[in-house]
Design a protein around this ligand. Structure first.
Ligand code: FAD
Length: 420
């Protein structure tokens, strides 16, 4: 059964169709897309004539605008289905194969938007993320209209058409559409307009929702134990309970742990689980300390470790691990213990920063109810779910936008080709 919280139900405040008919303007479109974010705008470029895109925000694609520090990490050169989390790991394959990172790079190139690879295949705009938004708007302009500050109300299907009540400039319009595309995203960052409306609509049309939780989000610790070293970053491997490991930077914060390695791990973490951290993951600390002991045992243990780790972190760890004395005083067993403490450090986060700062939502509309080729509901014709609303979540590094482009394309093309 679908799981939709009462909080979400409260967020969805339908505009009743009854009682407004005297003020109602009617309108007919072929395709109505709810949500002018990454997936909705890209879908509109392919869905063919007579498309209307609506969004309750003042501006389209606000998440693109702020993404990647304002430069938008718009895809990843190494995108494969393995970079995505879903209850059905096969679901994303078809859409990702039919609209790839190379297709999006082509589009960006055709619009003369300069880009660069920052790290690990992550592509960013040279100038500004606004270039991507302008590109998407110009791609859809020939066939689609955009309505902003538009509230979505009651949705019905009368057997042939969707009827959606939309409130704009104080006026309610009843829009009839052959195709309805839900591209309203997930629950992350409510301040930026996230509402979870997609789950509400999915529930209305009998589709299940998998468990949802904030992802790509910092861990918190109730005792604020890392406050003294907040701001310190170091390379680390962060390993979750299911053995998934990410080698990237780890950042200590006032409230806990952040940095790319931690954000990635958070997508695989469940409340109550431990994570293991290997500091200086590419380095054999046990061997290094033994060599140091053989060459110059008079060196302080903390000084020897500070060659491989930030000095502030070594100072901080000194309280917990007793790093007093010289390397020459350490027995083999003590060296092995130290190496284990530093490279198999077990930590239990008390939680995460939650949807307030999470970059994405793990989980969403259950893919069992959708066609992997078209994103169309298997049970309700002409109803599509795309982007973050669907139970497909990418790693950090441009993968989530690639899913928005690929799933938006899949639905858009299916509509243009008159999918049954
Ligand atoms: C701070 C931040 C940085 C990020 N950086 C990156 C990055 O660099 N690379 C990357 O790949 N991913 C990044 N992401 C993730 C990425 O932004 C999302 O995965 C992507 O935007 C999802 O696209 P979408 O179109 O499905 O949803 P969204 O982009 O969230 O669009 C949904 C749209 O629906 C509208 N909407 C929601 N509810 C309603 C409603 N009730 N009525 C009307 N309209 C509604 C919203 O206003 C919004 O415009 C980042 C996310 C955040 C929060």
């Amino acid at each position: 059964m679908p799981r939709v919280s009462s909080e979400m139900t409260a967020l969805f405040r339908p505009l009743a169709l009854e009682g407004v008919s005297r003020h109602l303007n009617g309108m007919h479109v072929n395709t109505l897309i709810l949500g002018a974010g990454a997936a909705g705008l890209h879908c509109a470029a392919f869905s063919g004539p007579d498309t209307l895109v609506v969004d309750h925000a003042k501006a389209p694609a606000e998440k693109i605008r702020i993404s990647g520090g304002g430069r938008c990490n718009f895809t990843n050169l190494g995108t494969t289905p393995a970079n995505f989390i879903s209850q059905n790991l096969h679901f994303a394959k078809s859409a990702l194969a039919r609209y790839t990172q190379w297709d999006f790079i082509d589009l960006v190139d055709r619009h003369n938007i300069a880009w660069h690879e920052k790290t690990l295949g992550q592509l960013f705009c040279d100038e500004t993320a606004k270039d991507i938004i302008a590109m998407l708007l110009s791609e859809m302009a020939p066939t689609a209209e955009l309505w902003l500050q538009t509230e979505v109300g009651n949705i019905r299907h009368d057997g042939t058409h969707y009827q959606v009540a939309l409130k704009r400039h104080g006026q309610v319009t009843l829009v009839q559409a052959v195709n309805l595309v839900v591209a309203t995203g997930g629950k992350s960052i409510p301040k930026m307009g996230a509402t979870g409306l997609a789950y509400q609509i999915a529930e209305q049309f009998g589709l299940a929702i998998t468990d949802t939780r904030p992802a790509l989000v910092p861990f918190t610790f109730s005792d604020d134990r890392f406050k003294p070293i907040a701001g310190t970053a170091t390379p680390a491997r962060v390993i979750t309970a299911d053995g998934t490991a990410f080698d990237e930077s780890l950042l200590f914060t006032h409230r806990g742990l952040s940095g790319p390695a931690v954000l990635q791990a958070s997508s695989y973490w469940h409340m109550g689980e431990d994570v293991r951290v290997a500091l200086a993951p590419d380095f054999d600390i046990e061997a290094a300390l033994k060599i140091q002991r053989a060459q110059d045992g008079r060196k302080a243990v903390s000084t020897a470790l500070a060659v491989h780790l930030p000095a502030r972190l070594v100072d901080f760890l000194g309280d917990e691990l007793d790093l007093t004395g010289n390397v020459g005083d350490l027995a083999d067993a003590r060296i092995a213990d130290l190496a284990t403490s530093l490279q198999n450090w077990s930590l239990k986060p008390s939680g995460t920063e939650g949807y307030r700062t999470a970059e994405v939502t793990v989980g969403g509309v259950d893919t069992n109810g959708l066609s992997s080729k078209t994103m169309q509901s298997k049970t309700t014709p002409h109803l599509y779910f795309i982007g973050e609303a669907v139970d497909v979540t990418g790693w950090l590094g441009g993968y989530n936008f690639q899913w928005a482009w690929s799933s938006g394309y899949a639905a858009g093309v299916a509509i243009a080709m008159g999918a049954p």
